[in-house]
Design a protein around this ligand. Structure first.
Ligand code: ATP
Ligand code: MG
Length: 518
């Protein structure tokens, strides 16, 4: 080490000596040329190569500079002695940065990379359509020449990816809405946002754990599936249809999805969208890594109200009579089901990437089959009444019951849980209703609260039984299942021997016709 410093001191001495000779003997132009030559010679014989990444590239902002800044902020907090601190817009975390002329050492694939933050005063204001900062900022990357082919450009790709990820994690996620009552600014900035702070997660969501895990695995596969989507030539997007009675957790599921993936949410209010082109513009203004939600699709897409003409189908804008230029014009100025399908499925749906579409409905049976066909909504998720496993999650959330208590650790608990398990399916009670009961009783003793819940669930089961004319929910489900099986059987028979029954044949053709229309 001592030898190294001695040789460095010697080199510096030689350099100073030559510089003083240059100063004394040669004119300034020659001195500058000689120094340049010396610099080139130094770079030629040096074992290192250098890369300058300036903040402004010509007149444009250099994305790489900001990515490096963010990337280095990860290790800057522990490695550097003097730091700059900042907090971005919509961010709840602080970002560390290197101050002027500070250095940081990083490693990538076994190679060492030294970063220096270089800040100098701008000499003169170059002509530009926007004012440039007074300081000229850049990062200088120094790596060994032998490492260059090994780590470039992979190292820079790694920096860009890490920075994007950090930016997303540092930033509060946003909830966007397009419902701004047709104001003028809504035409310029179609989405308005607020920080998204919904506390629902897959842990707090009351649902059978196996189904939950299936959905989480599907989401994870999607988020990590960039290569798969590229390889198969599919747009990197996925559609989920959440259906079920009110209060079963459809909106909570969307929030849990967004929190799980760390995505922004675009809550699309279809009633505020008047034409297909407006819908397309809204889509173009969404960012990747986001969930685009259309809640209560059955209510918000009553397209019959959107035209003065009588329509052939509540979901489409085909007028019942004629197809003149006027009608075509009217159709162009309104929003149609096909416009919506293009939004989720067509060429425009792939502007941007990594986006999830979620539709919710309380009445899946009222949806147009075109919306439900396979490939359009990749996963149909039934959010149903509270099951026993879901009930246990709610008791854990609201009453703070631990695993032992939920497993029936005392005889009393065991009895209450068994009774709840027996009666919960017959009660057909929503998680929202159970939550309400638990909120009311949350200050009570846990056992008292459970007993209250049992009473309420029993009363609900009794009421349901009367409504069903005395049969249990399970029996009703079975009879419904039997009816459906019988219908399927009849359809099969009709297909196998079409001449035997003219009625079934017509029914079948009717179906085919509908499919063709779709
Ligand atoms: N599965 C669930 N897990 C946890 N909490 C739930 C669940 N379902 C409902 N809740 C509770 O009930 C409230 C209403 O639920 P949510 O808004 O998610 O229901 P929804 O299915 O979207 O209802 P709607 O069809 O009326 O929009 C939530 O605030 C949540 O606390
Ligand atoms: Mg909802």
């Amino acid at each position: 080490m001592e030898e190294f410093w001695m040789s460095m001191a010697f080199l510096m001495g030689v350099f100073a000596f030559f510089q003083s000779i240059l100063h004394a003997v040669f004119p300034p132009e020659l001195r500058l040329a000689a120094l340049k030559l010396f610099h080139c010679g130094f770079l030629c014989f040096s074992t290192y190569c250098y890369f300058d990444i300036t903040e402004i590239d010509g007149v444009n902002t250099n994305e790489l500079y900001h990515a490096v800044q963010l990337y280095l902020s990860r290790s800057a907090s522990v490695a550097a002695s003097r730091l700059s601190l900042s907090r971005g817009l919509n961010s709840s975390t602080f970002t560390f940065g290197l101050t002027s002329n500070d250095c940081l050492v990083d490693t990538f694939c076994g190679a060492t990379a030294t970063w220096e933050h270089v800040v100098t005063q701008r000499q003169w204001q170059t002509f530009s359509w926007r004012p440039l900062p007074e300081e000229k900022r850049s990062f200088t990357l120094r790596i060994k020449k032998k490492d260059k082919p090994l780590i470039l450009p992979a190292y820079l790709d790694h920096i860009m990816e890490t920075a994007t990820d950090l930016r997303r994690r540092n930033q509060d996620r946003l909830l966007y809405t397009n419902s701004r009552g047709g104001s003028i600014e809504s035409r310029v900035v179609p989405w308005e946002s607020v920080p998204f702070k919904h506390p629902s997660t897959f842990d707090t969501l009351a649902m059978d754990s196996s189904r939950k895990e299936l959905i989480m695995a599907d989401l994870k596969d999607f988020a990590e599936g960039k290569a798969f989507y590229e390889k198969t030539g599919r747009a990197w997007k996925r559609g989920y249809l959440l259906y079920g009675p009110p209060g079963t957790g459809k909106s909570s599921m969307i929030a849990a999805m967004a929190n799980y993936l760390g995505y922004d949410v675009y809550d699309l209010e279809l009633t505020e969208v008047h034409t297909n082109s407006e819908l397309r513009k809204l889509l173009m203004k969404t960012t990747p890594k986001s969930i685009i939600v259309i809640e209560d699709i059955d209510c918000s897409i009553n397209l019959t109200n959107r035209s003065t003409k009588k329509l052939a189908s509540p979901f489409d804008l085909r007028p019942t009579g004629g197809c003149g230029a006027e009608d075509v014009n009217a159709a162009a100025k309104t929003m149609t089901l096909s416009g919506l399908l293009n939004f989720t499925d067509g060429l425009w749906s792939c502007c941007g990437s990594e986006r999830i579409f979620v539709f919710t409905t309380n009445h899946v049976e009222e949806l147009d089959s075109a919306l439900l066909r396979s490939g359009r909504m990749d996963m149909h998720i039934l959010m149903s009444y509270c099951s026993f496993p879901a009930l246990k999650i709610l008791m854990k959330n609201y009453l703070g019951l631990d695993d032992g208590e939920l497993g029936g650790d005392t005889q009393e608990n065991c009895g209450l849980l068994r009774e709840l398990e027996e009666v919960i399916d017959d009660a057909e009670i929503t998680p929202a209703d159970v939550s309400e009961i638990l909120i009311k009783n949350r200050r009570r003793e846990k056992r008292e609260a459970m007993a209250e819940l049992l009473e309420a669930v029993k009363a609900r089961a009794e009421k349901r039984k009367k409504e069903r004319g005395g049969s249990s929910a399970a029996a009703r489900k079975k009879s419904l299942g039997d009816e459906m099986e019988e219908e399927e059987e009849q359809e099969k028979r009709a297909l196998e021997s079409p001449n035997e029954s003219g009625e079934e044949m017509d029914g079948c053709n009717g179906k085919e016709e509908k499919r063709e229309e779709d």
